[in-house]
Structures are given as structure tokens and as C-alpha cells.
Design a protein around this ligand. Structure first.
Ligand code: NAI
Length: 470
């Protein structure tokens, strides 16, 4: 038996490593358990970070192919060097994981390498690659084990990560598939589908719902789908996938209309299955410790991230709420503060969501559909980037900003942006909403000219009074 830690965090993804840093900053003796060779979890190793490297690089290729000439930049005919693009992705990941090693040292956090498991009250065992287990004492345990690919309920999908792939394999194709089928028109399907579409694949997205990005503001989802279709992606909506199988050197996907009708089968060189993720709870000793799960297999917690077992907490994808890295990070901070005797909390009403496609989609707060369902009276302000000077100068005129404000109080209830830089612009709305601001507050805030962000101000003006430039 070795050191007694104030906190042992299991899982070094954005939730876990941020929790460990905050706990250490608050003076708690902290250890972080991780079974991958590198820190950062799914997000840094095989998710958010590598996908953004591929998204950016593939966008640059399309820019060079289609936009440079009109801007007076002659570079000859740009061509893809996939090997270098993948190397850029790998370097980006390495820079981030090395950065995390540095942060652990800086904050004097003990990194315990191996698979962590609750081994009794206040005890965590860590099994290394050699199969040897070491036990550590912990006054508090934070489960931050994240999530895993869910697959398709009722369908036996045999992932080989070469032909039938999850997001992990879709970041590793060494050759551009001529045809790629994407099962699921959610965030992963559209981000990674659009990468390979830009690199030359014929991409077909098969989606169960009648819309892509289910849960997003309907206005945004509709226009976004039109843009992706213009970029060459094909959509089969209202289609339920019933089989994904290998076929020769490729694969085939069978689906049937949700409303009833004949099944259809499509063949392709590769299939990306992106139908959601499930909380990762296996092998953690939860049952033995008596930790309760909810009806969807997530670790059940109270408002303070405490499970039903004293001294055991949980955060991130393994508990309820959106499976987003930044939600996990904020919960990591909150639980560390709570363990240090402070009042940590997360405002779940103001968690931005960003889809890092080209153009980006970003939103915070309620959608128009949700407000209608809740019977809330609201004003809408909408401003297109086609009326924004900076957007024109950058040839980025697609999309719009939409501000939804309470009809009575003018308080901003939701902001939705489709367009270049949406993922950055959304944060002024998030800050405003965190402080309970109104459309008038946003409209009266001086915005630098010329910027894309002026469209946020104009949309706020539209919700409060009238836009100036429209
Ligand atoms: P998702 O839940 O966003 O989308 C899955 C889609 O698959 C849904 O639209 C669903 O209707 C569809 N689907 C399910 N079963 C189907 C069937 N049998 N046939 C056809 N379609 C079917 O899940 P996704 O894209 O796999 O992402 C997983 C998680 O990771 C999400 O929680 C997402 O928010 C998160 N994520 C977030 C990112 C971001 O914030 N930029 C990037 C990547 C992932």
C-alpha cells in the first residue's frame, strides 16, 4: 500500500485531466489513472483533435482548388498528399499529448499507467500492461472514463477499422475511398464524411431521422444540408439501416424507409458507422462497489456529481448530458471545487455546441422548435452573411446568424450560427447568456468593423428592433 491520495481520477480525457489539474491547483494530492499510452482520452487521441487537423487540411485543399484563383493567387493545380495530411494529424496529436504530460508534471499529479478499477472502499487498483495490479488509497474517486462507439442497436456491425470503420478508422484511411457510406447524419458522420468528400470520395449519408443534425435548430439544419449537398454529399433521410456487411473488398449497407417500403442496398469501398456513443462502464468494479447506473447505462449522479456510494463521483460522457469534451471539462472543474469544499457548478443551459464542418454550425441555448414546444413567446432576429462586408471580402457569404429572444423580457434564449467561424463567434452569445443578457445588450455592444461578428450584433438588433444593414 502506498500514498493516500485526496483524489484519484480514473480516465485522462478532457474531463479527467482537467479535474486532476484543478484538484491539484486547489491543493489536493491527486493521481490520474490512464490505460492508453498517451493522455487526452478519445478527444485528443482519436476524436476532436485529429479530426480537426483533417478538417482544416481538407478545407485548405478545397480553398486552393476553388477559391485561390478568384483571389488572384495562382498556385498551379493543387493536389492531395494524403500521407503528409495524415502526418500533420499525427503531429498535432503528439503536440497535444506532450503538452498534457508537461501539465501533469507542472501540477505534480501522479500519472498511474494502467486500467483503473474500484477495489473496495477508498481503494483503486491499477493494472498495467504486464498484468500486474497495484493498489492505491483514495479519499475520493472520480470516474471520468468517457464513452465508446455504440454501434447500431439490433444490427451486428463487425468493425475492422479498415472497411467498416468507426470514427477512429475514418481518421486512418491511407487511400481515399472512391465511395463512402456514412451511417448516421449526426456530428461525427457529417464532420468525417465531409473530410473524405473534400478529398474526393463520393459520400452518401444514411440517416434515420427526416433531418440531419437532429436536435439542432431546424432552419440551420435545412440550409446546412443544402450546402453539404451542393458540396457533393448525398443524403438518404428517414432511412433505417438494418445491415452493414463486408462485400468483396468493400462493404454494403441495407436500409429501409422508416415510414415503410422496400429495402435498398448500397455498396461502397468503406462504411463509417456513426450512430452515437455509449458510456464506458465495463471493468471498473462498479457492480461490486454498488455504484448505480441509470436506465440508459450511465453512472447515476446527483447535482454534485456524487454517485450513490460515498466518496465516488463521476463526470463527462459516463454520466447524463451531452457527450461533449467541454461539458466534461467544466464538470471536472466543478467536482474538484466541490471536493475542495467550494461550490462548483455547471450551467447546463449555456453549453455551446459546434459542428466543425465547412461552414461551421454553432449553437447555444434553445432552438426555435424547443421554444415552440415549451410555449414560450419569442422574437427572432436573423442576419445573413451575404449582407456582411467582411464575409464578402473573404468569399464566406454562406449562412446566417439567428438570435431568439424572449418576447416579454428580451432575454436571449438561443443563438444559432451557420457560417465561416461560427464556432468562434458563438462564444459572445454564450457569455451574454451566462450573464442573462438581452438582445438589446448584444445589439448595443460595439462590434468592430468589419468583422463576421457584426452579423451577431445585426441579428440581435433584428430580434430587439430592426437590423441596420438589411
Ligand atoms: P449522434 O448522436 O450525433 O448522431 C447519430 C445519428 O445516427 C443520429 O442522427 C441517429 O438518428 C442516427 N442513427 C441511429 N441509428 C440509425 C440507423 N439504424 N440508421 C440510420 N441512422 C441511424 O452520434 P455521433 O455522430 O456518432 O457522435 C457521438 C457523440 O460524440 C455525440 O454525442 C456527439 O455530440 C459527440 N461528438 C461531438 C462532436 C462535436 O461537438 N463537434 C464531434 C464528434 C462527436
Amino acid at each position: 500500500m502506498s500514498t493516500t491520495y485526496d483524489v484519484v481520477v480514473i480516465g485522462a480525457g478532457p474531463g479527467g485531466y482537467v479535474c486532476a489539474i484543478k484538484a491539484a491547483q486547489l491543493g489536493l494530492k491527486t493521481a490520474l489513472v490512464e490505460k492508453r499510452p498517451t493522455l487526452g482520452g478519445t478527444c485528443v487521441n482519436v476524436g476532436c483533435i485529429p479530426s480537426k487537423a483533417m478538417l482544416h487540411a481538407s478545407e485548405m485543399l478545397v480553398e486552393a482548388q476553388h477559391s485561390f484563383e478568384a483571389l488572384g493567387v495562382d498556385v498551379g493545380k493543387p493536389k492531395l498528399n494524403l500521407k503528409q495530411m495524415l502526418a500533420h494529424k499525427t503531429t498535432t496529436v503528439e503536440q497535444n499529448t506532450k503538452g498534457l504530460d508537461f501539465l501533469m508534471k507542472k501540477n505534480k499529479i501522479d500519472v498511474l499507467r494502467g486500467a483503473g478499477k474500484i477495489a473496495g472502499k477508498g481503494k483503486v487498483s491499477v493494472t498495467g500492461e504486464d498484468g500486474k495490479a497495484n493498489e492505491f488509497e483514495a479519499k475520493n474517486i472520480v470516474l471520468a472514463t468517457g464513452s465508446d462507439v455504440a454501434g447500431i442497436p439490433g444490427v451486428d456491425v463487425k468493425f475492422d477499422e479498415k472497411v467498416i470503420v468507426s470514427s477512429t478508422g475514418a481518421l486512418e484511411f491511407t487511400k481515399v475511398p472512391k465511395k463512402l457510406i456514412v451511417v448516421g447524419g449526426g456530428v461525427i458522420g457529417l464532420e468525417l464524411g465531409s473530410v473524405w468528400a473534400r478529398l474526393g470520395a463520393e459520400v452518401t449519408v444514411v440517416e434515420f431521422l427526416d433531418t440531419i443534425l437532429g436536435g439542432m435548430d431546424g432552419d440551420v439544419a435545412k440550409q446546412f444540408q443544402r450546402m453539404l449537398a451542393k458540396q457533393g454529399m448525398t443524403f438518404k433521410l428517414g432511412a433505417k439501416v438494418t445491415a452493414v456487411e463486408k462485400a468483396g473488398s468493400g462493404a454494403k449497407v441495407t436500409f429501409e424507409p422508416v415510414k415503410g417500403g422496400d429495402a435498398e442496398t448500397l455498396e461502397a469501398d468503406a462504411v463509417l458507422v456513426a450512430t452515437g456513443r455509449k458510456p464506458f462502464t465495463e471493468g471498473l468494479g462498479l457492480e461490486e462497489a454498488g455504484v448505480k447506473l441509470d436506465d440508459r447505462g450511465r453512472v447515476a449522479t446527483d447535482a454534485h456529481y456524487a454517485t450513490n456510494v460515498e466518496g465516488i463521483y463521476a463526470i463527462g460522457d459516463v454520466i447524463a448530458g451531452p457527450m461533449l469534451a467541454h461539458k466534461a471539462e467544466d464538470e471536472g472543474v466543478a467536482v474538484a471545487e466541490i471536493l475542495a469544499g467550494q461550490a462548483g457548478h455547471v450551467n447546463y443551459g449555456v453549453i455551446p455546441g459546434v459542428v466543425y464542418t465547412s461552414p461551421e454550425v454553432a449553437s447555444v441555448g434553445k432552438t426555435e422548435e424547443e421554444l415552440k414546444k415549451d410555449g414560450v413567446a419569442y422574437n427572432v432576429g436573423k442576419f445573413p452573411f451575404s449582407a456582411n462586408g467582411r464575409a464578402r471580402s473573404m468569399q464566406q457569404t454562406e449562412g446566417f446568424v439567428k438570435v431568439l429572444a424572449d418576447k416579454e423580457t428580451d432575454r436571449v434564449l438561443g443563438v444559432h450560427i451557420l457560417g465561416f467561424g461560427a464556432g468562434e463567434m458563438i462564444h459572445e452569445a454564450a457569455v451574454l447568456m451566462e450573464f442573462g443578457g438581452s438582445a438589446e445588450d448584444l445589439a448595443r455592444t460595439c462590434h468592430a468593423h468589419p468583422t463576421m461578428s457584426e452579423s451577431v450584433k445585426e441579428a440581435a438588433l433584428g430580434a430587439w428592433q430592426k437590423s441596420i444593414h438589411m
